[in-house]
Design a protein around this ligand. Structure first.
Ligand SMILES: NC(=O)c1ccc[n+]([C@@H]2O[C@H](COP(=O)([O-])OP(=O)(O)OC[C@H]3O[C@@H](n4cnc5c(N)ncnc54)[C@H](O)[C@@H]3O)[C@@H](O)[C@H]2O)c1
Length: 263
């Protein structure tokens, strides 16, 4: 039996960053539930994966590229019902030392690059795709944030990175960019309330991705559920926010963090 509360079949989604760890999981999970999913990713080659998934090379910092892909989605499928603003830059494991060094010398260029994708990219996707949703009188937008947008990173979980005497701080730009989304969500939830577009934040804790054991142990010791999230544990929240089950939920922050922020 399909539960009408959670029924997404025949609806249209855009998942930004849909080629990444979490974006690929949302794309597959939404398509399994009958959604047609447009993947907008800067690393994508245009193409299709079966009938339900199409890939578009989109740089979310470039409004023209978002508009072109959105127009193609609308022409082929119609106005999206769901936008998951998932594309983001974090500092990769091979980040140059100054990017994970002291706050005082964190590079301005890194700050700009992270804010550009993580904040302006979300704003532009909301402008373009959310604008079409508002005209259509319905839609749901999920802005993906992080526990590091709610709270400061706990720098001691990265102790394993300092074994050889190197400096390592989880950098500031990611945190600042992710907390900006909390109020972009609230702003747009009220702005579009009468247009039938709901806007929510999904705040995720750390997701398991074969991190080194020292990190997994340090992280697990600091979270009530004692472990990182498995990637598929974020999908239920996206399905909920996409579906009728959340028809009275807007401007909210759904925290999926194993209790990290509870103590
Ligand atoms: N993985 C985690 O532990 C974790 C924890 C909390 C929150 N999150 C959030 O979940 C989301 C996804 O994280 P992930 O770990 O899957 O990341 P990821 O690095 O695996 O994927 C990010 C994707 O975004 C794409 N991208 C980057 N810049 C882009 C641009 N300018 N335009 C379009 N696409 C672009 C990349 O090509 C990539 O496919 C992010 O918003 C992240 O902040 C992740």
């Amino acid at each position: 039996m399909t539960d009408p509360l959670f029924d997404l079949s025949g609806r249209i989604a855009v998942v930004t960053g849909g080629l990444g760890q979490m974006g690929a999981l949302y794309t597959a999970g939404l398509a399994e539930r009958g959604m047609r999913v447009a993947v907008f990713d800067v690393a994508a080659e245009a193409g299709a994966d079966g009938d339900l998934v199409r890939r578009y090379p989109v740089d979310v910092t470039d409004r023209a590229s978002i508009e072109d892909a959105t127009n193609a989605v609308i022409a082929d499928w119609g106005v999206p019902h769901l936008l998951v603003n998932n594309a983001a830059l974090d500092s990769p494991p091979d980040a140059p030392p100054e990017e994970v060094g002291p706050f005082e010398s964190y590079p301005e260029s890194s700050f700009d690059a992270v804010m550009d994708v993580n904040v302006k990219g979300v704003l532009l996707c909301c402008q373009v795709i959310g604008g079409h949703m508002a005209e259509a009188g319905r839609g749901s937008i999920v802005n993906v944030s992080s526990i590091y947008g709610l709270l400061s990173p706990q720098q001691d979980v990265y102790e394993f990175r300092r074994g050889g005497g190197e400096t390592f701080f989880k950098p500031v730009a990611y945190s600042v960019s992710k907390s900006a989304l909390l109020n972009l969500t609230r702003y747009l939830a009220t702005y579009w309330a009468k247009s039938g577009v709901r806007v929510n934040t999904l705040t995720l804790g750390g997701i398991f991705a074969e991190q080194p054991k020292e990190f997994l142990d340090a992280y697990g010791a600091r979270v009530p559920l004692g472990r990182m999230a498995n990637p598929e544990e974020a999908l239920g929240a996206v399905v909920f926010l996409a579906s009728e089950a959340s028809s009275y939920v807007t401007g909210a922050n759904l925290v999926v963090d194993g209790g990290w922020s509870a103590w």
